[in-house]
Ligand binder design. Structure first.
Ligand code: XAN
Ligand code: ZN
Length: 427
């Protein structure tokens, strides 16, 4: 039994209805009791110390104890090509992404990048990732093995592509189905690992492949499915050419049984009214990737409008189209995109999006993303004065959210003082 001491923030509600600051409770000198990898109690430090005199105590001082960050859309194989200059989506894929992804049939390369990736993201306070791997089963094995060793709860799957990609990065409708099935049987439900069915996006799959993956999802409706939608105008026009019978981009996925609760739709920037309504009706999740959307020049996600409509929305780095491994930087970008769209997202909304909100977007809202008894003990301690610039601003704060906001806007892995995964300290 371990008692972690620090400031504690607990969300009781979504901060997108009512006053954002009312959605969370703040305890200045709080404690989280961890037992057998699970949060057993949360409360005032003095009270919990008195109740549990036998627990070992880890005192994080003024650091903020928070759920680990949940990153709902990443491409771990793109770790080594993050921050590649000067292209838009399709050119960026062809110039940087596909050549690097071609290397992941080599298990030792896949292992090396997966290890580097998890070193980087755990240092940045992320304890759950949802990753596209490559078409190679080796890339999936490397991802899950590296996460399993660290005791992380992660999700991911083999990226399926059978057209419009280099020959050595293509599978077929049948091998996409067979490989995905074998991989999900190998990994899904092992320790804290979940398999996600992963057609990359409509332009790189034939109708036959989308049909095969729709059939696999129908066989295993308990899984999640991830893909991309409506990121750039050129991409949307290309999809219209490739699927002339479809009403719109979403309709391509709908026709193959790929839109329902459990679908994670990345980017979703340029949706039509019909698409927005239908996604909401079917309760599929939208994944906001703000650093990617600015870096690749894709556009502004309509967070406020989509939230007001009742959409289920997660936040993500989209490594390596995104330009950071850090969910702090990602929250900052979400704030900036919000400002450009006429809405200042409250720090409570940003923090919720990176934790409980993202957990809900990937249907793990009963397991991770909250400091609540019964939840898995994926916890980070965040130093709210990690650099001189942040410290001098935070010193003037008159509320917890004013103290947190400088770290959101200016913080990086220096702000992450400690990380626990399943109750075990990993950083
Ligand atoms: O940002 C992105 N990254 C990708 O790897 C990708 N593939 C399809 N569409 C994509 N968008
Ligand atoms: Zn992506």
């Amino acid at each position: 039994m371990e008692l972690l001491l620090g400031q504690v923030l607990q969300f009781n509600d979504t901060p997108f209805q009512g006053r954002p600051e009312d959605a969370a409770t703040h305890i200045q000198r709080g404690a989280v009791l961890v037992k057998d990898g699970v949060i057993a109690d949360v409360g005032e430090a003095d009270a919990l110390r008195a109740q549990h005199p036998d627990a070992s105590v880890t005192d994080m001082g003024d650091a903020l104890l928070s759920p680990g960050f949940v990153d709902t859309h990443v491409h771990y194989p793109q770790t080594a090509i993050i921050a590649s200059w000067g292209k838009r989506l399709i050119d960026w894929l062809n110039s940087y992404t596909f050549p690097e992804e071609s290397r992941f049939g080599d298990a030792s390369h896949a292992t090396q990048i997966a290890e580097t990736y998890f070193d980087l993201v755990t240092a940045a306070g992320t304890t759950t990732t949802v990753s596209y791997c490559t078409i190679h089963p080796e890339s999936v094995d490397a991802y899950f093995t590296a996460a399993q060793t660290r005791g992380l709860r992660v999700l991911g799957g083999k990226t399926c592509m059978d057209r419009n990609a280099p020959d050595n990065l293509q599978d077929t409708a049948q091998t996409a189905y067979d490989d995905s099935k074998a991989l999900l049987e190998r990994w899904h439900g092992q320790d804290r690992l979940s398999y996600v069915i992963t057609p990359r996006f409509a332009p790189t799959s034939t109708p036959e492949q989308l049909e095969a993956l729709g059939a696999l999802w129908a066989e295993r409706p308990d899984l999640l499915m991830q893909t991309h939608i409506s990121e750039q105008h050129e991409e949307i026009a290309w999809v219209a050419d490739l699927f002339p019978d479809a009403r719109d981009y979403l309709d391509v996925y709908e026709k193959f049984g790929l839109v329902r609760k459990g679908a994670l739709l990345g980017h979703a920037i340029h949706l039509t009214e019909r698409e927005r309504d239908r996604i909401r009706e079917l309760d599929a999740s939208l994944i906001h990737c703000p650093t990617s959307n600015t870096f690749i020049g894709s556009g502004l996600f309509d967070m406020q409008g989509l939230m007001a409509q009742g959409h289920r929305i997660g936040l993500a780095t989209d490594t390596g189209g995104g330009s950071s491994f850090s969910m702090l930087r990602t929250m900052a970008a979400a704030y900036e995109v919000g400002q450009l769209s006429g809405t200042a997202l409250h720090p409570a909304q940003l923090w919720w999006l990176a934790t409980a909100g993202s957990a809900a977007a990937i249907h793990l809202e009963d397991k991770i993303g909250r400091l609540t008894p019964g939840y898995e003990a994926d916890i980070i301690a965040v130093d709210l004065a990690s650099t001189p610039g942040i410290a001098q601003r935070a010193a003037r704060a008159e509320s917890i959210w004013e103290a947190v906001f400088p770290t959101i806007m200016m913080g990086d892995d220096r702000a992450i003082a400690a990380v626990w995964a399943g109750g075990k300290k990993i950083r």
